[in-house]
Design a protein around this ligand. Structure first.
Ligand code: SF4
Ligand code: SF4
Ligand code: SF4
Length: 366
């Protein structure tokens, strides 16, 4: 299968060629967070994907016209060759490389190498699940907050503040920390703050402190945005939170899932059509042996039918039939519906929150 044939197959099945690949370079992590949906933790060296296998895939992806590479794990810094992977990827002409990390393992050699990459497209996404040790460590474990803070301070000292994105997983116990985190980011000169709703799968189910925020908490956040000029100013400068964006209408969806623009490759070599849709029936395994182009061509027919399911969701899901949010929500995220409910044609776990925000006063113009 040549690269051209692979892209042709993708297009013939009505799919979009891959733009940003999320690649997990290891299943290992120095933490074992309660909300970890990939269930990473302390694992033997065999949890790291061999560098040669990774670079083969990354090179193929670049040759297919890939523009962005998101390096994740587990914790990517656990991988002994993470710097080689970053440096080699930098040379492949990507517009953006995103390194997702908990920042606890950053050593001088990492910081020097990141600095010397001199890559305007580099983004270092540091997970910070609270503005205090109490909130952050509740799901990440004792000492995680101090470790993350120390990593952040080092990144700033190495002149990388402008490359940092703070990332918070929205949970019941930490949503109220967002204004304080924006202040913290501003003080540190950090360029952006993003958050994403807890993904309810992996370790984030069952008996865990990782619980999604409720609608009342989101409404309180919206009220804060409406009434607190300082919060609004900082948010507009560096923030991005889906619940606040929904109100502006800037995230109005004109289409459903965008397969396979943003595929996700796990450390065990399973390729999914996006980061959140992990259904075994719609995946390709053995990708490190088959290669990326061949895997794309193999997955295209299944992903095309998944796209059809995504397009029909608002007609199929009972709750959506009379919902005024239907044109902009599109039935929510099919992957989240699968993760939280095990059903591709159920409303996702954010449905209630979206409806509450709509009732509060959504400005979405559709
Ligand atoms: S959430 Fe991130 S830091 Fe925590 S165990 Fe999972 S991979 Fe590691
Ligand atoms: S399943 Fe969700 S994350 Fe994946 S493409 Fe569809 S809407 Fe996006
Ligand atoms: S808010 Fe809920 S009911 Fe309304 S369209 Fe979205 S998923 Fe369907």
């Amino acid at each position: 299968m040549t690269r051209c044939e692979s892209l042709e197959t993708v297009r013939q099945w009505g799919l979009k060629p891959p733009k940003t690949l999320t690649i997990a370079i290891t299943a290992a992590c120095n933490l074992a967070c309660q909300h970890c949906w990939v269930e990473a933790g302390l694992l033997p060296v065999s949890a790291h994907v061999p560098t040669r296998s990774l670079m083969r895939i990354i090179k193929e992806f670049a040759a297919l016209g890939g523009e962005g590479l998101r390096i994740t794990g587990g914790e990517p810094l656990c991988h002994p060759h993470v710097l080689n992977i970053l440096q080699s990827s930098r040379a492949l002409g990507f517009k953006a490389i995103i390194l997702q990390t908990n920042a606890m393992l950053l050593k001088d050699e990492h910081l020097t190498a990141l600095h010397e990459l001199e890559f305007p497209g580099l983004s270092i996404q540091v997970s910070l699940d609270g503005a205090t040790a109490d909130t952050h460590d509740l799901v990440r474990g004792k000492g995680a907050f101090d470790g993350a803070l120390s990593g952040l301070v080092k990144l700033v000292q190495y002149g990388l503040a402008g490359r940092i994105t703070l990332f918070l997983t929205e949970m019941r116990h930490n949503l109220e920390d967002i204004p304080a985190l924006l202040e913290f980011a501003e003080r540190m000169g950090i360029s952006s703050f993003n958050s994403g709703a807890l993904v309810q799968c992996g370790r984030a189910v069952g008996d865990t402190a990782a619980v999604p925020p409720d609608s009342a908490q989101y409404l309180k956040l919206l009220e804060r945005y409406d009434t607190d000029p300082r919060f609004r100013e900082l948010y507009r400068k560096i923030g991005r939170i889906a619940a606040l964006e929904w109100r502006t209408g800037e995230t109005v969806r004109h289409e459903h899932c965008t397969f396979v623009e943003n595929p996700y490759l796990t450390p065990s070599g399973v390729l999914y059509p996006c980061l959140l849709c992990h259904t075994g029936d719609f995946s390709v395994s053995g990708v490190f042996d088959k290669g990326f182009a061949a895997a794309l061509a193999e997955g295209a027919p299944a992903w095309s039918s998944l796209l059809q399911i995504s397009r029909s969701r608002t007609d199929t899901i009972n709750e959506c039939h009379d919902c005024p949010l239907k044109p902009c929500c599109g039935g929510g995220c099919m992957g989240r519906a699968w993760g939280s409910r095990g059903d591709l044609v159920a409303a996702d776990d954010r449905c209630e929150v979206r409806q509450a925000i709509y009732r509060y006063g959504c400005n979405c113009r559709y």
